[in-house]
Design a protein around this ligand. Structure first.
Ligand code: AKB
Length: 324
């Protein structure tokens, strides 16, 4: 049977880039992008879906004979703290809707993104293992930890093939993040290329796990493509990219922009970051589906600067819609 993919949250930082990769892999006619609002720049099939509305998800699944769902809609760590109960409600309701529609409509595979935000003070900060104790301190982290367990429940109870990755902070030039604690690592490149000063909301030594967009997308496709028998983790897989602190990324950027100025003004996001791992042990993903990141800080910096320069010079439509 042909693969037909539904992406929920297709306008987001990861969703927008993943949708393009899925279009390349399965063809434009076999990828249904969806979000709360359509985006002018989007080319392909788009449906408005509010994922809190289960009937609407089901309608689209039936209409296009969807076989796989990538559920990327969620309120992230920093934004989530503004309205904790609403964040819980939205993150969980949308997940349950996806799981229930998938179970009842016999969807082949579901992708559920988790995050390093599932970890808290009970986990080692360095080389945090896949099976570390989970005591997240943000409502986003709590919803992801619960979501991982529900994903596993649907697999064990109903045989639903749900696969999941715990993303580090994702860095890419194609889209902007929104509402996360790791967002500074994208903003810093925009400010450098625009030759503006940068105010960092984390401390200069706040090391966090990060991953370049290309690696994040490849990991997603690889875990979804892996033979079912190789998927030994039904909660979520740790994946590592590269860990660095604000001071380290700034030092790398200064190799290209020696006058780049930065002030550190840590806010509540520093408290969130201080409980997250600094480095991640991804040996289980490496063993099960041969995960290996490719981009280090130097490569990320070179690519981000080159691509953003190009985009700002040509007044890329993508950036306009995202920034203004
Ligand atoms: C966030 O900072 O909330 C996200 C994440 C690490 O899941 N980028």
């Amino acid at each position: 049977m042909e693969t037909v993919v539904l992406v929920i949250g297709a306008n987001g930082q990861l969703g927008s880039v993943l949708t393009e990769s899925l279009q390349q892999k399965y063809g434009n006619d076999n990828v249904i992008a969806s979000d709360l609002r359509p985006k002018d720049t989007f080319e392909g099939i788009f449906e408005v879906i509010d994922a809190t509305d289960r009937d609407r998800i089901q309608e689209i699944v039936v209409k296009y004979k969807v076989t796989q769902i990538y559920h990327l809609a969620a309120i992230l760590s920093a934004k989530g703290e503004e309205t904790p109960l609403r964040t819980w409600d939205i993150n969980m309701k949308t997940l349950f809707n996806v799981l229930e529609v998938s179970r009842t409509q016999h969807i082949d595979k579901v992708f559920f993104p988790s995050s390093i935000a599932v970890f808290g003070e009970g986990a080692p900060l360095e080389q945090t293992p896949n099976n570390a104790y989970l005591d997240p301190a943000t409502v986003y982290g709590i919803s992801k930890a619960a979501g991982e367990n529900w994903a596993q429940y649907y697999y064990l109870r109903y045989g639903l093939d749900v696969r999941s990755i715990r993303y580090p902070g994702v860095i890419g030039y194609q889209s902007l993040p929104g509402g996360g604690t790791t967002d500074y690592a994208v903003d810093v490149y925009h400010k450098a290329v625009l030759e503006e000063d940068f105010n960092c909301f984390l401390k200069e030594d706040a090391t966090l796990p990060m991953i370049f967009m290309d690696d994040a997308i490849r990991a997603t496709l690889e875990v979804m493509d892996a033979p079912k028998k190789d998927i030994s983790i039904r909660t979520s897989y740790n994946i590592a990219g590269i860990s660095f602190s604000p001071a380290e990324v700034v030092a790398e950027i200064r190799k290209l922009y020696p006058d780049f100025k930065v002030q550190y003004q840590p806010d509540f996001r520093q408290d969130i970051a201080s409980r997250w791992p600094k480095t991640i042990d991804d040996s289980v993903a490496a063993r099960d589906w041969r995960w290996k990141p490719e981009f280090d800080l130097e490569m990320i910096t070179k690519t981000m600067v080159e691509k953003l320069r190009e985009q700002y010079k040509t007044g890329s439509k993508n950036l306009e819609t995202l920034l203004f």
